[in-house]
Ligand binder design. Structure first.
Ligand code: ZN
Length: 81
């Protein structure tokens, strides 16, 4: 399953186009325009999504990739949970 969309970190920097690919249940690989690739996966112990990007790892706060997936999945793209 492929998901396409844009994320916006800072409005003044514009939007970055991202593509997400579901690799297994609750696990997504997010590719961004800038060539980065991060894994976003559901952590049952924390009961939330976590991401492998520096933004998430350093701040431990939901990053743009998590927001992107959360928004997209809520929109009905993902139906098997
Ligand atoms: Zn991230």
């Amino acid at each position: 399953m492929h998901i396409r969309g844009v994320v916006r970190e800072k409005p003044e920097e514009g939007e970055e186009e991202v593509k997400a690919e579901k690799v297994s249940d609750g696990v997504y690989v997010v590719h961004s325009d800038s060539g980065s690739e991060y894994t976003v996966f559901y952590n049952p112990r924390l009961r939330r999504f976590v991401c492998t990007c520096p933004d998430y790892v350093y701040r431990l706060r939901p990053c743009k990739h998590i927001y992107f997936l959360a928004k997209t999945l809520r929109g009905g793209v993902h139906a098997d949970t």
